[in-house]
Every structure is written in C-alpha cells, then in structure tokens.
Design a protein around this ligand. Structure first.
Ligand code: NDP
Ligand code: OXD
Length: 312
C-alpha cells in the first residue's frame, strides 16, 4: 500500500493520478480508513510530526522534493531508504531559472534598468560571455544540467563539488581546500548545493568578499536556487549595500514565506522569487514514483536513494 502525506500541494490530485497509474495497487491518503501496518511506501512533502506513526512495514520513504534536508531533520524519520525526486523536467526548470538569471546579470540588467529609470543614455559594454565566469556550487543532477545549458551560450564555467568532477569545458574544483581558488575566478556564483551541516550558511560575507572583482560592472553576483539555509541574509543585505556584491537573485530564504519585514524586499539589486525555480511536476512525478514502486515490488533495487551519512 502507498500512503500520501503531502502538504502545501494538491494531494487529492496526486492521489487520483497515482491510483490510476498503480491500479490495482492500493493508494491511500491521510484521514482515509487503512491499517498503518499495511503501508509499504509513504510519499511525503513537508511531513507532520506524526507522519510515520505505526508504519512498521515501510519499504521506502519517497520524497516529492529533490532536496531532502527538511525530511532528514524529521524527529521520527524511520530507518527505511529515502528515494528523492530526480527528473528531467525538474532539471530543465531549474536550468531555465539559472540561465535566465545568469544572462540577466551578465548583460548588466541592474545598471541598465537604473539608467532607464533615470532616462540616462550611457553606453557600457558588458564583458563577452567567454570573459565572464559562472561558478556553480554543487555538480550533481542540477549542477550538471545547468552547465550543459550554459556551455552553448559561451560562458567560462567552473564547478565546486565535494569530490572531483571531470566535465568537458568546466574547470573543476573540489573540497574545502579549493573553495577560495574557485571563488577567486568567479563573477556569477550559482548555488545548487544540498543543505547539510557542511553547507549551511556558505553564502556569507566572507564568501562574497572572495569573488572576483573588476569584471562585471557593479561587482560579482550570487544566484541562490538551492536552500535558504545556505545564505546569511543579513550578510547579503550588507554586501549589496556596500558594493561587495553587485546583485543577488534569490529563490529561497531563511524563513519562507519571506517575512514582510525583510529588508531584502526593498533592495533594488536583489531579485526575489518565491521558491518557484523548479517545482516537481505532477505528470512526470507520477510516472517516476509509480515506476519505482512497480520495479521495487518486482524485486528490483530502489534508485536515487539518499545517502544518510552524507545527508543528500
Ligand atoms: P545532488 O545530490 O545531485 O548534487 C549535490 C551536489 O552538491 C554534488 O555535486 C555534491 O558533491 C555537492 N556537494 C554536497 N555537499 C558538498 C560540500 N560539502 N562541498 C562541496 N560540494 C558538495 O543534488 P541536486 O543537484 O539534485 O539538487 C541540489 C539541491 O537543489 C537540492 O538539494 C535542493 O536543495 C535544491 N533544489 C531547489 C529547488 C528550488 O525550486 N529552489 C528545486 C529542486 C532542488 P559530490 O558530487 O562530490 O557528491
Ligand atoms: C525541491 C524543491 O527540493 O522544490 O525539490 O525545493
């Protein structure tokens, strides 16, 4: 039996589609009559504290999100394997966001927007794409898709990951010891890391101060599409104010929804979106998770299982 426990999304719609994809395999929702001991799979997003109560026969926890940081902190997370969402549609959506914001900053959007508002005709030529380095933190599923889509646009690319990566046309940096060298040649810093104890708060004032200066008019730029826990918002406010950063694109926040009292809302060169960079799509999600359940019931191993020790 599959149990759905989805908050903040249309659980009824997911249930209807999973039922038809998995029939005759039983699919239930919270509040319906079922024996918790019969549940083999639980499909979760933002699970409540009692989500796993009585689920003694679980074979897997299925995560609607690609990021599992919140799930990993659940106080009663069972010992079953956690399968996260890995999907071409999700990757494409994230890369769309990354490409849009990288190209916007490369073409000095902040500067020309201000000029337009001031009715000022002031010619300034952005550096060539090949002279503009995009540094991507996190070279997993999403990071690799992003570099594949940025490469044809001609940007100089570099990556930072935990373990070394050899990707054609991308200068790879790995581990803490190479973080400073990675930052030192980066004009536009894109964050696609998972949130773990090691990566919490990595987007801070010290990090910003190590980015390359003098290439992009206005200063280096950050684009955070991963998790709000990666960023120190007070440091971003300070860095945008004193010119350490030229601009910031933020899709995620320390507290979501971003409180009305946040100073970020009013900063001209801060571009805010409400955690929409890459939403898990219902159609591809139903296909992905129903395939995983069917395969596992047929004796095949689970795929895209989270490594609990690494935390992602
Ligand atoms: P992956 O697990 O595929 O990739 C993670 C990458 O981060 C890997 O390259 C890994 O290195 C690297 N990494 C992890 N820890 C460290 C560290 N301490 N130092 C350096 N590098 C590190 O994740 P995805 O690409 O699928 O997703 C990334 C994140 O994007 C998710 O965790 C989620 O938080 C976020 N996300 C945000 C969305 C949004 O709408 N805003 C939507 C979807 C995801 P290595 O390869 O060596 O293991
Ligand atoms: C995810 C997200 O992790 O939507 O998939 O943030």
């Amino acid at each position: 039996m599959l149990l759905l426990h989805l908050s903040d999304v249309d659980e009824a719609s997911w249930a209807e589609k999973l039922r038809s994809a998995l029939a005759p395999y039983p699919v239930v929702r919270r509040g319906e009559a079922f024996n918790p001991a019969d549940v083999r799979y639980i499909f979760v997003w933002k699970p409540k504290p009692d989500a796993f109560e009585g689920l003694d026969g679980l074979k897997a926890v299925l995560s609607l999100g690609a990021g599992v940081d919140a799930l990993m902190k659940h106080p009663r997370l069972p010992d079953a394997p956690i399968v996260r969402f890995v999907d071409a549609d999700l990757s494409q959506r994230m890369s769309d966001y990354v490409v849009a914001h990288v190209t916007m900053h490369h073409r000095l959007y902040t500067r020309f927007r201000a000029d337009q508002k001031a009715k000022r005709w002031s010619q300034l030529y952005p550096p060539a794409a090949s002279e503009t380095t995009v540094g991507i933190m996190g070279m997993g599923v999403l990071g690799q898709d992003a570099v594949a889509r940025l490469k044809p646009l001609g940007f100089a690319l570099r990556s930072w990951s935990r373990t070394p990566k050899a990707i054609d046309g991308v200068e790879g940096f790995a581990g803490e010891e190479s973080f400073e060298a990675f930052l030192g040649g980066t004009d536009i810093l894109v964050n696609l890391l998972p949130l773990t104890p090691e990566t919490t708060g990595i987007l801070n004032y010290e990090t910003f101060g190590k980015l390359r200066r003098g290439n992009l008019n206005g200063g280096p730029v950050i684009v955070n599409a991963a998790r709000g826990g990666h960023q120190r918002e007070a440091d971003i406010v300070k860095a945008l104010g004193d010119g350490t950063l030229g601009a910031a694109s933020l899709d995620v926040f320390e507290t979501e929804p971003l409180p009305e009292s946040s100073p970020l809302w009013d900063i001209e060169n801060c571009y805010i979106t409400p955690h929409i960079a890459a939403i898990s799509n219902e159609k591809s999600g139903v296909a992905y998770f129903s395939k995983i359940i069917r395969a596992h019931e047929a004796g095949e191993p689970l795929i895209n299982v989270v490594d609990r020790k690494r935390g992602y």
